[in-house]
Design a protein around this ligand. Structure first.
Ligand code: NZQ
Ligand code: ZN
Length: 387
């Protein structure tokens, strides 16, 4: 087992109706709130009105229109400007992972005198950030329980996972009923994202029995409960369990004591959604089985055997490589069965920019350090096999 130094300072408040605690929560941070949200889902669901009503005694400024794969320009820059001009005390992010990620970059930028891109690109480390509270409305990223935000800069095709301990939300309010309105497409993509977060931690050199069991249970729970959510979007128990499994995703708790895997599928997918603005979870679902096939070898086969037997119930007496191949094919079939388009062409990506994207990933994502190192050539092969 590897050494670790671990802390997640986020207060999680979970369950039906927890939004009623919002005034108490916000009053701990001050009066001036920047309310951030996306393209309108919170208005359609009524959540926006509830928030405004509960916070009638606060001074609220708004940043709306934050897009999926949130953009540095205009969203982060606008948010930073409002925070500085109005002397904002706290950011309240209401929406999916994109709204929360954008808010994290704003929180850091608001306390920094230079260009916020210095922070996102790790040229300068943040010394502080505004506190962040969130009401997450989509089970997927785990941004509500981690210190990362993923920001896109269109003109350079950059999509950077920006992590900094100052960016843990202070409080996350998680009410599964606010995910009832999430579309089938986004429910399935959220499941694929969360499953991949687990796989990125599971497929590594050094792991523990404890962590493996936790992650295998996480994967099974996500598969079972996503199917239930797709059948009945208002199944509270299924939405709740899906939400919790997603929340654990990226803050390291699934893999305490494990060696680092390098998160290769995320490294590759960030280029796909930077160049083509596709849905992150769909991009992951498409490339994951091809990455698995690509890295299957004598070195990795036993990990795939454990995954196949414990997650999919494959007969453990079969030949090791047969189990591994079945496990990869079950992974593909599951994603396909929940309605995810399983080829890059189906999400608008063709051959034309594959080499350029592979080069970008190889230059920027450090995948030669991954559990199974990936060169530019490997990355291009995985992209091509995913077409
Ligand atoms: O913009 P609105 O109108 O709110 O609509 C959103 C958006 O169109 C909609 N939506 C959200 N909640 C809804 C809802 N529609 C109906 N009912 C609701 N309750 O769903 C659409 C997608 O939202 P988005 O926030 O983009 O989805 P998600 O939460 O999957 O976030 C994806 C982003 O997070 C990054 C991804 O790269 C991507 O940019 N990631 C962040 C991570 C992190 N911070 O730890 C880790 C992940 O690996 C991931 O990279
Ligand atoms: Zn992800």
């Amino acid at each position: 087992m590897q050494n670790f130094d671990y802390m997640t300072p986020t207060r999680l408040i979970f369950g039906k109706g927890v939004i009623s605690k919002l005034p108490e929560v916000m009053s701990g941070f001050g009066k001036k709130i920047l309310l951030t949200y996306g393209g309108g889902s919170i208005k359609n669901s009524g959540l926006y009105d509830s928030v405004r009503e509960l916070l009638a005694d606060f001074e609220i400024y708004e940043l709306s229109g934050i897009q999926p794969n949130p953009k540095y320009d205009p969203s982060v820059l606008d948010g930073v400007r409002i925070c500085k001009e109005k002397g904002i005390d706290v950011i309240l992010a209401v929406g999916g992972g994109s709204v929360l990620d954008c808010s994290k970059a704003i929180a850091a930028g608001a306390e920094y005198d230079g260009d916020p891109w210095d922070l996102i690109s790790y040229k300068v480390r943040a010394e502080s950030a505004l506190p962040i509270v969130d009401i997450i409305t989509l089970a997927a990223t785990g941004s509500e329980y981690d210190c990362g935000g993923v920001i896109s800069r269109t003109e350079t095709n950059d999509k950077i996972g920006y992590m900094d301990p100052h960016l843990y939300p202070a409080v996350s309010l998680l009410d599964p009923t606010y995910t009832y309105t999430v579309s089938k497409k986004q429910t399935a993509a959220g499941c694929a994202d969360a499953m991949n977060h687990i796989m990125e931690q599971y497929f590594c050199e050094d792991s523990t029995q404890l962590g493996d069991g936790f992650m295998e249970a996480g994967l099974r729970s996500l598969m079972i409960n996503t199917r239930k959510c797709l059948d009945n979007p208002e199944d509270y128990t299924a939405r709740a369990e899906m939400m919790l499994a997603c929340t654990y995703g990226c803050n390291g708790i699934y893999s305490l004591g494990n060696s680092y895997s390098g998160w290769p599928c995320h490294g590759m997918e960030h280029a796909l959604s930077a160049y083509y603005d596709i849905t992150h979870g769909e991009g992951l679902a498409i490339i994951t089985p091809e990455w698995m096939k690509h890295i299957l070898s004598e070195k990795t086969v036993d990990r795939f055997v454990k995954y196949g037997v414990n997650v999919f119930g494959i007969d453990s007496t079969l030949d090791r490589f047969e189990i591994a191949e079945k496990a990869i094919s079950e992974t593909y079939k599951f994603f396909e069965s929940i309605g995810i388009p399983m080829h890059l062409r189906e999400v608008g990506i063709d051959e034309s920019r594959i080499d350029e994207m592979a080069h970008h990933v190889a230059e920027n994502e450090g995948l030669e350090e991954a559990w199974v190192p990936l060169t530019e050539k490997d990355i291009a092969e995985i992209f091509r096999a995913s077409l």
